[in-house]
Design a protein around this ligand. Structure first.
Ligand code: ADP
Length: 387
């Protein structure tokens, strides 16, 4: 029975989960504010504890996790460690066991994902030092989208330049889209043509056919596509040229695109619950933000229906997709001509696990399927090291 430790490193946080061979979660937790006076919240056999500690770096975060496990359980002796790595570039189309050469390649890819790859790399380095001899597996957010056909992954720009500089659509949230589409196939009993809407702080749509990604809304970076918490998704590149020519610096544009756009840019808050509450109080800007948010999603659903040549399920997942009946209703509203309708009572009911939110006789099932990226990373880590 293989015990897997899953590590998801952010720039100032580290999430972990320990799963046994039966996919039971033995422990999970979060180290926050890495880089200074931080803390760990750990859930183990004895319940949840939060402990304050100095956490200068990711190595210290793993040491804190080890010490907390030693004190509060469970015993931490993983057979394999699985890491979330955001960008696998053109090279990594599948999970891989990390060696020095892979580590160097992930470091090189930081040029394409400067915000996202360095923390993953720090997590890998810290875990290699903390668990010597234990295989480390990198699982890439981009890998599931490696099956996109050329017409879906190619940007129509200078072909030589694009090839030299790696300018193409890679797609992200792949671990989630893969897990959710597999769970959808299990639920329905067949792997058909699905559109998966991963709506969290980050958000992306994915067209899945026969278990393979054939189109997705994020591109070279996780900035393209849907409206997100603080990222605006699709934007005329001419707007960026205009801003740069009229005095904004590259760093200011970076901040605009990553932090001051999306729901946050339109309303001042990137948390969809706050935007819904403001709209319910009559705030016109919040109402506009929700309209833009849903309008963008509906555009992608329509486009992917055309790419797929039909639809066997529309699937909602992640924080917003799993928890907001109102957003699901706004997305599906008026799409009856495409076979998409909700059963209002099912849509409103809270539930765990995969569930149907459309009527039994609907032409296209609409589902809520909770994502579980940690479990999918654990499955990959186990599969890659099984031989
Ligand atoms: P991340 O992308 O960081 O993993 P999540 O998938 O947890 O994020 O999604 C976070 C988002 O989900 C936030 O915008 C939050 O407002 C939203 N959310 C969580 N619960 C609800 C809810 N009940 N209704 C609407 N939105 C919700």
């Amino acid at each position: 029975m293989t015990t897997v430790l899953v590590v998801n490193s952010g720039s100032s946080s580290l999430k972990y989960q320990l799963l046994d061979g039966a996919e039971q979660v033995l422990a999970s937790g979060l180290v926050e504010r890495i880089g200074g006076a931080g803390s760990i919240t750990h859930r183990g056999p004895g319940g949840e504890v939060t402990v304050a500690a100095d956490v200068p770096n990711h190595r210290a975060a793993l040491a804190l996790m080890m010490a907390t496990c030693t004190e509060h359980g469970p015993q931490l002796a993983p057979d394999v460690v699985g890491h979330r790595v955001v960008h696998g570039g053109a090279r990594f189309s599948a999970p891989v066991v990390v060696d020095d050469e892979v580590e160097a390649a992930v470091e090189e890819l930081a040029a394409l994902a400067p915000l996202h790859n360095p923390p993953g790399l720090q997590g890998i380095r810290a875990a290699r030092a903390t668990f010597p001899g234990v295989p480390q597996v990198a699982v890439f957010d981009t890998a599931f989208h490696a099956t996109m056909p050329p017409e879906a992954r190619t940007y129509a720009v200078d072909a030589d330049l694009a090839a030299r500089r790696g300018i193409r659509r890679y797609g992200f949230h792949g671990t989630s889209h893969e897990y959710v589409s597999q769970e959808t196939a299990r639920f329905l009993g067949h792997a058909g043509r699905f559109v998966v809407l991963h709506l969290g702080n980050g958000a992306s749509a994915c067209a899945v056919s026969g278990g393979r990604s054939v189109a997705t809304s994020m591109g070279l970076t996780p900035l393209e596509g849907l409206v997100m918490g603080t990222r605006g998704g699709d934007l005329d590149p001419g707007a960026l040229l205009h801003l740069l020519r009229t005095g904004m610096t590259v760093d200011e544009v970076d901040t605009l695109l990553n932090r001051r756009s999306g729901l946050a840019g339109l309303t001042g808050t990137g948390d969809l619950r706050d935007v819904l509450a403001a709209a319910a109080r009559g705030d016109a800007q919040a109402a506009l933000a929700l309209d833009v948010y849903a309008h963008r999603i509906r555009g992608y659903v329509g486009a992917y229906l055309a790419h797929l040549g039909g639809l066997d399920a529309l699937v909602f997942t992640a924080g917003v997709g799993e928890n907001s009946p109102e957003v699901r209703a706004r997305v599906v509203e008026g799409l009856g001509h495409l076979g998409l309708v909700l059963a209002p009572a099912r849509n409103e009911a809270r539930g765990r696990g995969a569930r149907l939110v459309s009527p039994d006789d609907a032409a296209v099932p609409v589902l809520v399927v909770p994502t579980d990226e940690e479990l999918q990373i654990a499955r990959h880590a186990r599969a890659v090291t099984a031989g």
